[in-house]
Design a protein. Structure first.
Length: 586
């Protein structure tokens, strides 16, 4: 197994003269390198201590909770004997200021929970407590001390909250920031294999289910720490139950949520293409994408946008895409905070996690609101929005992520997206109102999703021809099924009764859309205008497709949109909507 990236950086920076290091990221996890010459699985601070002891270092550990202690068993401490109170931060810092400037013996000082000694202050260091200012200034002076740099001595700050003061993390501070990544698939495989060996030797660790291979386990545990994997095996051993997909799924969502501090959420994906009714264009695209993704195509799109009217299956389709591609579905939540620099730090933290979780699908819901828009000048937040957008676009476009991280965005208001945002999504797929033929296909699927049974006498052709279903949404159709179920239950006085034709026909006749048809038509036509390829149009390769009213006269015999007529129709609808808004003011 190759060395972890963070450990390679540690060696490289030391060889380049680095003496100050800040470790952040997955610092609370176990460190495991499948190499007999390196320490066995243990916490980061003990791994570093054992590694450095083999190089002849005296290793010291300090935290506010434990005070100063030596990690060199069986060896005399040259520093501790000169400190009367190992818990006195001022005395400890003073002693090490002298000790670190000496060439002999070689000293490595590990500061645990360094966030609590030199915390981030939102740019206001002057308001820090005296104890924090003392530690911050001392650490900074150590990093810039030429005498310390000329020795082999090391200062290692361990951050567990990614809140080390900016004075120490910026370039020129004398400290190298090293992020500990989450364990990759190779590490998870080797660690699980080690635990299985312990199980075979009679230790209290569980085993994998018979139909669940070690390769499957390593792939499905992306995003889990080694501590989480160890906990899975210990729990399985205690309960005498085997580890399977459901057990992993049960803890994965909560672990990633905790790890990301609520900035990322794992969404369950229990269904695939079989659950999508109608929408032949998106099902065809997903089928092709799945085949190419699973067969290692190198030119997979890095981002796609599902645009269209509310309630027409965008969110549902995102979950189906993740299921078909066997990818964890991650939703980016609100990363913005009021403090200076906090939003950008949150974003970097999320992107670091995404790097480790790959392969993964990242879903940005309500794109028009989630990321904001690029302005012609600096925004009211001192340019934070522009910088964050630029960083996200940079990350999305990185070639190293192609085929590993797929970004899927959804929007109900494609008209609000600026050109810079739209340009980052090379594939735009419209999702508009279902056609009459698609309604007949959707109703049985929606019944199944609501756990209701349809009687054999239901005549869908009669239902879909009703005026109330002239421009329905999928969500509206779902509510019609629910209403029909209400009629059936009321008639039989029994919950879950079979839905007959009279029930669904009555419900459909009573259905009254609660949205503005002008606005829906405007949104649908805008989504169709920004569609990236002709074969992504809903009627492409679908001769039985029945066009909704707002498309009348806009599609020629070859199935191509007349872009000039389309723009004219969109402008007309936009003017009507503006007039409606104006009229409502009086």
């Amino acid at each position: 197994m190759p060395l972890p990236i963070w450990l390679e950086k540690f060696h490289r920076f030391r060889n380049g003269g680095g003496r100050g290091f800040i470790f952040t990221g997955n610092t609370c996890d176990l460190v495991f390198v499948d190499d007999e010459q390196l320490p066995p699985p243990c916490q980061l601070k003990f791994f570093l201590a054992q590694l450095l002891q083999t190089e002849g270092y005296e290793v010291y550990l300090f935290s506010l909770a434990t005070g100063l202690q030596t990690l060199n068993s069986g060896r005399n401490s040259n520093v501790l004997q000169n400190i009367a109170n190992p818990r006195d931060i001022e005395e400890v810092l003073t002693a090490f200021t002298g000790a670190l400037r000496k060439r002999v013996p070689k000293i490595a000082l590990i500061i645990d929970y360094a966030d609590h000694l030199a915390p981030h202050s939102q740019g206001l260091n002057a308001v820090l407590a005296p104890q924090h200012l003392l530690a911050l200034q001392t650490f900074h002076s150590w990093g810039n001390d030429d005498t310390i740099r000329s020795t082999d001595n090391l200062i290692i700050l361990l951050s567990h909250e990614n809140q080390i003061n900016d004075l120490l993390t910026k370039i020129g501070s004398g400290y190298f920031v090293i992020t500990i990544e989450l364990p990759n698939e190779e590490v998870r495989y080797a660690f699980a294999n080690l635990l299985l060996d312990l199980h075979d030797k009679g230790r209290d660790f569980g085993a994998l289910a018979n139909d669940f291979s070690l390769n499957d386990f390593a792939r499905l545990t992306s995003g889990l720490r080694l501590r989480d994997i160890e906990g899975l095996f210990r729990e399985a051993g205690a309960s005498k139950e085997e580890i399977n997909r459901n057990k992993i799924k049960g803890i994965k969502s909560e672990v990633i949520r905790q790890l990301a501090g609520g900035l990322l959420e794992v969404v369950d994906t229990d269904y695939g293409l079989e659950a999508i009714g109608g929408s032949l264009h998106i099902k065809n695209y997903i089928s092709t994408l799945k085949w190419r993704w699973l067969n290692g195509a190198t030119d997979i799109p890095q981002a796609m946008l599902l645009a269209g009217v509310p309630g027409c299956g965008k969110s549902f389709s995102v979950k189906a895409i993740a299921k078909e591609l066997s990818l964890p579905l991650l939703v980016m939540r609100n990363i913005r905070e009021q403090w200076v620099g906090a939003s950008e730090r949150n974003l970097e933290f999320v992107l670091q996690i995404l790097e480790t979780l790959a392969p993964a699908l990242v879903w940005i819901d309500e794109l028009d609101q989630a990321l904001g828009q690029r302005t012609t000048g600096q925004s009211a937040d001192a340019g934070t929005s522009e910088r964050m957008l630029a960083r996200i676009w940079e990350f999305m476009g990185a070639m190293r992520h192609r085929g590993r991280i797929l970004w899927v965005a959804t929007t109900n208001r494609p008209d609000l997206l600026d050109a810079a945002t739209l340009d980052r999504f090379p594939v735009v797929i419209p999702l508009i109102h279902p056609s009459p033929g698609e309604i007949g296909e959707l109703l049985p699927l929606l019944c199944k999703q609501l756990n209701r049974q349809l009687a054999s006498d239901v005549r869908f052709s009669e239902v879909v021809s009703l005026p109330s279903l002239r421009l329905p949404t999928i969500r509206g159709l779902q509510e019609i099924i629910a209403k029909a179920g209400e009629f059936a239950d009321r008639e039989t006085k029994r919950i879950g009764s079979t839905i007959y034709h009279t029930h669904i026909l009555s419900a459909a006749k009573l259905y009254k859309p609660n949205y503005n048809p002008l606005l829906h038509s405007f949104i649908a036509l805008t989504a169709l205008r920004m569609t990236s390829f002709q074969d992504l149009l809903p009627w492409y390769d679908n001769p039985s497709y029945e066009f909704p009213p707002y498309l009348e006269g806009l599609v020629n015999d070859q199935g191509e949109l007349d872009i000039y007529k389309l723009n004219e129709r969109i402008n007309q609808l936009q003017q009507q909507l503006q007039w409606e808004r104006f009229a409502r003011q009086f």
